[in-house]
Design a protein around this ligand. Structure first.
Ligand code: MLT
Length: 266
């Protein structure tokens, strides 16, 4: 399904009914990364997964990408989908950066927040320099070297040995994102602001889920967010890396179900 926004078109899928739970994918992925959640949580909530602009089947309108623009798209999407009440956002990695950008402007529309495999801090000087190198690499050689360099770091050692179909699925998904989008994503990741100050200002329940073997974003980044938040719980999933929702779908979904149960209690 697709919804037209002012400056792009957003492809999405949804299932179930109840409190709206909007999934925001990471870099460089698509909404397909949330298939186990769309299938596994539809009896608990109204689950919706969007393709961010430039990704998957959404419009290729990628000028001036930023975490704020992605967050604005999510807000416009929620209104365009006629969701009038509050929603819960679940963002993984870059999806978490976007969720925190959303919080800066639209926290009043949130009932709760699920931050997974993500961090509040901006890029370090070293990380920014690495983004520049990746931009040059993709410009000169296309995305294949970036993808193969990232792939092993996205998964736990256990997943790399025992969950090869997931690794291949993620490789295929990354290969579906255009070089131009990857370059614009890298620029917007590099330039994103520090979201640390927004965390203590949030007066809503926050569920933080991290893979114990995440090599892209360390567990300490999740611990920092828990400490800064007024109402947050940290769940660390075993034998899981950066793609924890795919590596440990049952545990991941059970963690969300437990979080959502608090909302149905009122
Ligand atoms: C992601 O999974 O969204 C990215 O790894 C985030 C990042 O590179 O900071």
């Amino acid at each position: 399904m697709k919804i037209k926004l002012r400056t792009t078109e957003i492809a999405y899928e949804e299932a179930g009914s109840g409190i709206p739970l909007l999934f925001i994918h990471g870099f460089p992925f698509t909404r397909k990364m949330w298939t186990p959640q769309i299938n596994g949580l539809a009896d608990t909530a109204r689950v919706i997964a969007v393709d961010l602009r430039g990704h998957g089947e959404s419009g290729a309108d990628i000028e001036n990408l930023s975490m704020e623009l992605f967050a604005d798209d999510c807000m416009e999407f929620i209104d365009a989908a006629s969701i009038t009440g509050k929603v819960i956002l679940c963002g993984l990695s870059m999806g978490g950066y976007i969720s925190l950008a959303f919080c800066r402007k639209y926290a009043h529309r949130l009932a709760g927040l699920i931050l997974t495999a993500t961090r509040a801090e901006a890029d370090s000087v070293e990380a920014r320099a690495n983004r520049e190198k990746s931009i040059s690499q993709v410009t000169e050689q296309g995305s294949a070297p970036l993808i193969s360099g990232m792939l092993n770091r996205l998964f736990s050692p256990y997943s790399l040995t025992h969950r090869q179909p997931i690794v291949q699925q993620v490789e295929h998904m990354m290969g579906s994102v255009s070089n131009q989008t990857i370059i614009q994503d890298l620029r917007s990741l590099k330039d994103r602001p520090d979201s640390t100050p927004v965390i203590p200002s949030l007066k809503l329940p926050i569920c933080i889920i991290h893979g114990e073997d995440d090599q892209i974003i360390p567990v300490s980044a999740a611990q920092n967010m828990v400490q800064a938040a007024s109402d947050a719980r940290l769940h660390i999933l075993p034998q899981a890396g950066h793609m924890l929702n795919l590596e440990q779908p049952d545990l991941f979904n059970a963690t969300i179900q437990q979080f959502l149960a608090e909302f149905s209690k009122g």
